[in-house]
Each structure stands twice: as structure tokens, then as C-alpha cells.
Unconditional design. Structure first.
Length: 180
């Protein structure tokens, strides 16, 4: 049984073609395959973009983590030096430091040998060294400008300064270099 279809057109067609149902089905199948291929391509491109954005996010996270690690290390070093400074102040104020050893090491570092030299100390440190023998050409002098625990050795070749604050500053600088 043939079906009859009536179509009204506003103007005469330039051409017309009769399509059978097998051709229509083939065209529909081709369109479906094209749509599926396009969807698969779009999904692949979206996935590739998502992977790229994920890789970029991981790289940014790693960079931020490295920066944070360096900041934590710098803060920890700064805190350690601050703690050391406070401990040294307490210990020096309490007189718990080996002043004789500090003076002898300073004399050795001066390179004066047996030549004349003057060791400048805080007056309280000078009192602590009364009765301790040093080289015959070594003279100990009190100097209120020298901080407790510090030792300044003056020789003909120059002056050696053993200063707690300068030592802490050197440690701080070394830590900055090592962390930088």
C-alpha cells in the first residue's frame, strides 16, 4: 500500500528528488556516526584541556609549596637565632660562660704569639680573671665599652674582636645564605 503525501510550496521547486527509506536510514546512521564522532572529539579535547589545567594547577601548587617551605625554613632559622640570643643574654648575665677559654682562644686567633698585647674586657669580666696567668706580655684592661662576654685583643698587627652580637649576626647571615 503506497502512501500519498501532499506538500504545498510557496513557489515552484527548482528540483525534487524521491528518497527511499533505506537511503534515509543510511543518512540517519551517517549523521549519528558523525554526531558520535564529533561528541567523542569534543570530549577528548575537553579531557585534554582538563589534564593540561590539572598539570598547571599541580605546577602552581608545587611552586607555592617550595616558596612556603623556604619561608618556614627562614622563619625557623630566625626563631632559632632569637632563642640563641636570649639564652646567651641570660647565661652571660648570670656569668655562666668560660671567659678564660674565650680570652685564650682570642689571643691565639690574634697571632700575637709572645708579643705584647692588651686584652680589653668588661670590668666585671676583668674581675673574674684576677689570679689567672696569661703570657707575660699580655695585659688585661677593664673597658666599660666592651660588653660582658666580649673580648677585644689589641696587638701591633691590629685588633681582634670576639663579640657575641657580631657572632650571632654572622650566624644569621650564614643561615640566610644557606637557605637562599
Amino acid at each position: 500500500m503506497a502512501r500519498h503525501l501532499e506538500i504545498q510550496l510557496a513557489s515552484a521547486p527548482a528540483s525534487a528528488r524521491v528518497v527511499d527509506s533505506a537511503e534515509t536510514a543510511a543518512r540517519a546512521a551517517a549523521e549519528e556516526r558523525g554526531r558520535a564522532a564529533g561528541q567523542a572529539l569534543g570530549e577528548a579535547r575537553a579531557l585534554a584541556g582538563a589534564v593540561q589545567r590539572l598539570d598547571e594547577a599541580v605546577a602552581e601548587f608545587q611552586s607555592a609549596r617550595e616558596i612556603a617551605d623556604r619561608a618556614v625554613a627562614a622563619d625557623a632559622a630566625s626563631l632559632a637565632v632569637s632563642i640563641a640570643r636570649e639564652i646567651l643574654r641570660v647565661e652571660i648575665s648570670a656569668g655562666r660562660y668560660d671567659l678564660e677559654r674565650i680570652v685564650r682562644e682570642s689571643l691565639q686567633a690574634s697571632g700575637a704569639g709572645r708579643a705584647e698585647c692588651v686584652v680589653h674586657l668588661h670590668p666585671r669580666d676583668l674581675d673574674r680573671l684576677q689570679g689567672i696567668a696569661f703570657r707575660s706580655a699580655t695585659r688585661l684592661e677593664g673597658d666599660p665599652e666592651v660588653a660582658l662576654g666580649d673580648v677585644h685583643v689589641s696587638t701591633a698587627r691590629g685588633t681582634i674582636v670576639r663579640d657575641v652580637d657580631a657572632a650571632l649576626a654572622a650566624v644569621t647571615e650564614r643561615l640566610r645564605e644557606d637557605l637562599g
